[in-house]
Design a protein around this ligand. Structure first.
Ligand code: DGI
Ligand code: FE
Ligand code: FE
Length: 197
């Protein structure tokens, strides 16, 4: 506890390009707003939001090298799409270079790209903030998901995963197992909720 957010921002700025930095601030503030809405830890949400993409601008070959050097497992899908590693590598760098020891924050950084089944509140907040922050503009259901994020977080997570999978299928990109598992988990959660209603 007691993170120096200003100091972290100054450092991060040296390691990411300008648009990534602006995106990162957007995620930090969006995560803060969602933490207020859902009574999550405001400081953890900001630190995780600020650092979630801290490994994004490392060249892909260096990402693979850093993983190998530090015993971070690399799946076949990650080998093919090394950009996916910026999430787990980001958690590693947050711990080693930004002195973040809080496992909840590190976990939220590590799963921010694929999501995962049964995410914690903080994990869901970072996953969604990354998708809806104000600088984002591409995804088609953004207005809906931005609204849902503050109304029904699980439904927002489900809708984001559904749209991401549809997009990846259209692009014929290979799916990380974690993305598929996350989608199946949240689809079932929403289906069961609807049955009960
Ligand atoms: O780092 P950002 O651009 O802010 O966002 P991100 O870390 O959420 O990455 C977004 C991209 O990741 C988006 O184009 C969808 C893609 N993605 C998510 N899950 C998978 C995936 N790409 C592949 N190849 N496989 C996945 O399972
Ligand atoms: Fe990312
Ligand atoms: Fe991001």
């Amino acid at each position: 506890m007691g993170y120096n957010l200003i100091k972290m921002q100054k450092k991060l700025k040296k390691y990411v390009d300008e648009s990534r930095y602006v995106h990162t601030l957007g995620v930090m503030y969006t995560a803060a707003a969602l933490a207020m809405r859902y009574d999550a830890d405001l400081e953890k949400a900001q630190v995780a939001g600020l650092l979630h993409d801290c490994a994004k601008c490392i060249p892909n070959d260096k990402k693979l090298k850093l993983c190998r050097q530090n015993d971070i497992p690399v799946s076949a899908v990650e080998e093919k799409s090394p950009f996916l590693l910026h999430a787990v590598l980001g958690a590693y760098i947050a711990r080693e270079k930004y002195d973040v020891k809080d496992q909840e924050i590190l976990d939220a950084i590590a799963c921010h790209t694929t999501g995962k089944p049964d995410m914690t509140l903080l994990e869901k907040i970072i996953f969604i903030s990354d998708y809806i922050e104000p600088m984002r503009s591409k995804a088609e259901n953004l207005p809906l998901i931005r609204h849902l994020a503050f109304e029904d977080l699980d439904l927002a997570v489900y809708t984001t995963l559904r749209d991401t999978l549809a997009y990846l299928e259209k692009e014929k990109t290979c799916l990380d197992n974690q993305t598929t598992m996350a989608y199946n988990y949240y689809r079932q959660l929403i289906e069961e909720r609807e049955k009960e209603a």
